[in-house]
Design a protein around this ligand. Sequence first.
Ligand SMILES: Cc1cc2nc3c(=O)[nH]c(=O)nc-3n(C[C@H](O)[C@H](O)[C@H](O)COP(=O)(O)O)c2cc1C
Length: 385
Amino acid sequence: MPDISQYYNIEDLRRGAEQRLPRAIFDFFDGGSEDEITLRDNRAAFHRWCLLPKVLQDVSAIDSTCEIVGRPAKYPLVIAPTGGIGMGRPGADLAIARTAANLGIPYTLSTNATASIEAIAQQASGRLWFQLYVLQDRGFMEKLIARAEAAGFEALIPTVDLAVGGKRERDFRNGFSTRFKPQLRHYLKGMRKPAWALSILANGGLPDFINIRGYRGSEQTGETLASSVARDTDPAFNWDDLARMRDRWKRKLIIKGVSRVDDAMRLVALGVDGIWVSNHGGRQLDGAIASFDAMTAIAAAVGNKVSVIMDGGIRRGADLFMIRALGGEAGAIGRAGLYGVAAGGEQGARRALDILTDELIRAMQLCGTPRIADITPDLVGRRPA
Ligand SMILES: Cc1cc2nc3c(=O)[nH]c(=O)nc-3n(C[C@H](O)[C@H](O)[C@H](O)COP(=O)(O)O)c2cc1C
């Protein structure tokens, strides 16, 4: 493994992950749906804006603390849920969760995680949120909610942009789209990535999607891949079901996968605590609006009524600055942390978070904003054509 300090930005970590992982797994992490227009536009949306820095401010001391969903946080940064990441490196979920806890960053565990709800609660001490896929088997789903409740998770995050699975063509091409049974070609390709192959061998094989093990009586193992989960989500889930979920879950409820202002307003009326603007990192509906564009409109409409979080395309600390400037409470990262842990284990996860938080602090200094509250809308503008 290269010296971790040689990774200077998130793109370096992405390349490190690409070198270490078999193509099928890297593509599952890195790819989006169909033409990957939304995937690319999530990143490009930040570039349509520019910073308008103030000079001659005392920026000798920077305070990046803020509130996220009513509680203090060290940075305007959250870890987004990513399923199946133990396939890239066994123990990946816990590595990110522990790193986030050490840095005061809320961590969201995926329904499809390769670590259990209980193990994360026992071994990572920070703020923990649980992301919920809406499963057709409502009894099984209720058990997941009860487990997150019993384990002390602070927030429940139903993901609502996955009524059906996105068309992820890289996965199809790699033979990764159905219940994944490694074939000879996968083993042969895996051997070309010896560090990865040895870590999987030492783990006794690919890790389980442990929280949904036994779903509908079928033993779901690591070989039955995430895309299959889309088959198990419930396309009938609607506003009435969500209202019932609001009644049932008394702690923080944050709805992930929102892109429209009218949906956001309806969620506010329904009494949610947070709106998580997201298009699933460009992995679901290709052609959907970029997250940052959606967020600016939604934050302007809902104001301070609820917390607005967004994910999609965050690769630089300055992205978090722009999110704050335009009314978001925090940015969440999926792939950035995932590339880090895939490239360099727990150290790599730490490196990813250090890169983003260092860049945020530098942006605050160079923009003349010593506190998060100083980051006001006048500090960003549309990039001139
Ligand atoms: C490999 C991978 C797995 C993901 N798994 C989930 C998941 O289980 N649940 C979910 O709500 N979102 C999932 N997402 C979407 C992320 O939570 C997030 O919306 C997205 O990654 C943000 O974009 P970014 O990767 O550009 O930061 C996943 C994303 C990736 C890349």
